[in-house]
Design a protein around this ligand. Structure first.
Ligand SMILES: Nc1nc2c(c(=O)[nH]1)N[C@H]1C(S)=C(S)[C@@H](COP(=O)(O)O)O[C@H]1N2
Ligand SMILES: [Mo]
Length: 215
């Protein structure tokens, strides 16, 4: 097991100061405090679950009319799209032009038919990670349940076989090794959100920590 206390303290310190050695850039694509990288770093809790496509299932549950469990075959049969977006990690690196391929979250949620009372979601990873967003943040066209990026199937370290991508928020809002999406009436903070990360996480507003929350 990872040393959680150390890992969490380390990640918060990095996000506060930055430790990226590449040249700092700043333009309309790169939010304040971020540096462009091209090496697609790996960030997680130190646990990389082994999930084969045979074992992988995605469950949509909570406030929905029809709880849904998709296996790999059912997922492959859905409409697949490519969306190119920029990836901003709170630990201060940004990688541009990521050509994510996968299924629009909108399409999968529509199959489950969210109830009127569903306002917030928790995304669950196979490593036990969680992150939260308002349901409406998942309805943007660029929010994908992705299986490929940069022309290749997602590697295990980047969340393969399937991860979420929410390009308009910092990258921690996209769960790797996606296992379930749970819909609720009220907001429930996820793994980093209960440990001081910002609830909304808009990179262009530099919403890194909850001390900057509006509430
Ligand atoms: N399941 C899971 N998803 C996760 C994480 C995690 O630890 N577990 N880390 C998040 C964080 S903090 C970031 S920055 C991105 C990193 O994605 P990458 O490793 O592909 O760069 O994944 C996010 N999704
Ligand atoms: Mo992160």
């Amino acid at each position: 097991m990872p040393d959680w206390k150390k890992l969490i303290a380390g990640k918060i310190a990095i996000a506060k100061k930055g430790n990226i050695k590449s040249k700092a850039t700043s333009n309309e694509r790169i939010p304040a405090g971020q540096t462009q990288v091209t090496n697609f770093p790996v960030l997680d809790l130190g646990v990389k679950p082994d999930v084969s496509t045979d074992d992988w299932q995605l469950r949509i549950f909570g406030l929905v009319e029809k709880e849904l469990t998709l296996d790999w075959t059912a997922f492959q049969a859905l409409n697949h799209v490519t969306d190119v977006s920029d990836f901003h990690c709170v630990t201060r690196w940004s990688q541009l032009d990521m050509d994510w391929q996968g299924v629009s979250v909108q399409d999968i949620l529509a199959l489950a038919a969210p109830l009127e009372t569903a306002k917030f979601v928790t995304m669950h990873g196979y490593d036990g990670y969680t992150t939260n967003l308002p349901l409406e943040a998942l309805l943007d066209d660029d929010v994908l349940i992705a299986h490929s990026v940069l022309g290749k199937p997602l590697s295990k370290e980047h969340g393969g076989p399937v991860r979420m991508v929410v390009p308009r928020r910092y990258a921690w809002k996209g769960a790797k090794w996606l296992k379930a999406i749970e819909l609720h009436r009220y907001d429930r903070r996820g793994f980093w959100e209960v440990r001081g990360y910002h609830n909304d996480a808009f990179p262009f507003e530099e919403q890194r920590f909850s001390e900057d929350d509006d509430i």
